[in-house]
Design a protein around this ligand. Structure first.
Ligand SMILES: C[S@@+](CC[C@H](N)C(=O)[O-])C[C@H]1O[C@@H](n2cnc3c(N)ncnc32)[C@H](O)[C@@H]1O
Length: 343
């Protein structure tokens, strides 16, 4: 697995993450590294984390904490550096300004280090939708019980409340606050109705709440404007139709919700995206066994969008019941291509 924070000291790890990147976080991380070595506010904010294992990504936790301060209005002088907030200043000047903010809010940044980086990418609904079309066609059933494991804030459980388009096709409510331009050719839409939505995560986020929205936004890099726009649309949907994501591991949850079949004529769809890489091997084995076992009791399709088991696989695979339908950008869009056409 690629580690972004190689090195002995926190300063070395901060410098290694983005190398010579000229992005906002590249400049910020190099400033943090110098400041940590000089004993500045970064050193104080990171106290107790000096010996955390590589892979803890202290720098991402730190910058998400700063981002939440900016989003909450506590650091207005940083707004001009954050493109997603309309900022247009070049990033090379950010560190001295950010250092002052960290000095003023050292304890809040320190507390932010306890929060594990976590995203919820609604662009992945594109893959889920294509998987759902495939499952509906294969089973001839159009009433869906949708179960998502590793759902984070459950944004992709709203798959039918977003609008999609691609060459020659479109689907979903025309007035949805989120429109996903898939660029996916050859998709044949199918009609379906989601009659039940269930989700779990070991660290569930209430995406309908202000705090939950802030949490999810703070882990999306501030210059990724399209991702922020998608999140804004999806969060508006989540606020209008709150779903409960239960606090549970994937296996524990499936054991419970797959115990009994749904009503006649309902297709159970188990969905997962970019979560398996965080599971222990025992979780993966348990999930696979529970799904296989449930197939004997109910119509069930397993739709997954996960990285292939090859080292450093950049893209993800969309599969239905293990049958690979296509290669997907890890954020679901803009790229979705059928096998053989991927450059
Ligand atoms: C990269 S996020 C993806 C979230 C969502 N599936 C998406 O595509 O936007 C991975 C999620 O998996 C969750 N997770 C990690 N291990 C888990 C487990 N054993 N069972 C359930 N969820 C888990 C994390 O808490 C996190 O919310």
């Amino acid at each position: 697995m690629v580690t972004f924070d190689a090195g002995e000291t926190l300063a070395e790890r901060f410098r290694s993450h983005m190398g010579h990147s000229s992005s906002l976080y590249g400049y910020a991380m190099r400033g943090m590294a110098d400041d940590w070595e000089a004993g500045g506010p970064t050193r104080e904010a990171c106290r107790g984390w000096e010996d955390s294992p590589n892979g803890t990504m202290v720098q991402l936790r730190f910058l998400a904490g700063v981002f939440r301060l900016v989003l909450a209005g506590a650091a207005p002088e940083l707004v001009p550096y954050y493109p997603c907030l309309g900022g247009t200043l070049p990033p090379d000047g950010v560190w001295p300004v950010m250092r002052q903010v960290v000095g003023r809010h050292t304890e809040q940044v320190h507390e932010a280090l306890a929060i594990v980086p976590q995203t919820n990418e609604p662009g992945r609904s594109t893959a889920l939708l294509v998987g759902l079309f495939d499952a509906v066609e294969a089973w001839g059933l159009d009433r869906i019980r949708l179960i998502e494991v590793g759902a984070s804030g459950g944004l992709n459980l709203h798959v039918d409340r977003f609008r999609y388009d691609g060459p020659g096709w479109s689907w979903g409510p025309p007035d949805s606050p989120l429109v996903l331009h898939t660029q996916a050719p050859g998709v044949t839409p199918r009609a379906f109705e989601i009659v039940e939505r269930l989700g779990c995560d070991v660290a569930p986020v209430d995406a309908a709440s202000h705090e939950g929205a802030l949490h999810l936004r703070s882990f999306v890099w501030p210059w990724q404007l399209e991702r922020h726009e998608r999140l804004t649309g999806a969060l508006a949907v989540a606020a209008a139709y709150p779903v409960v994501v239960e606090r549970a591991g994937a296996g524990e949850f499936l054991q419970c919700v797959l115990a009994d079949p749904p009503a006649d004529g309902v297709l159970t769809v188990v969905w997962q995206s970019i979560t398996r890489m965080y599971w222990p091997a025992t979780e993966s084995a348990r999930v696979a066994a529970l799904i296989e076992d449930a197939r004997s009791r109910m119509p069930l399709a397993h739709v997954s969008m996960e990285h292939a088991d090859t080292p450093d696989a950049a893209d993800a695979e969309l599969a239905v019941d293990g049958r690979v339908l296509g290669v997907v950008h890890p954020h679901g869009i803009p790229l979705w291509v059928r096998p053989g056409t991927h450059a």
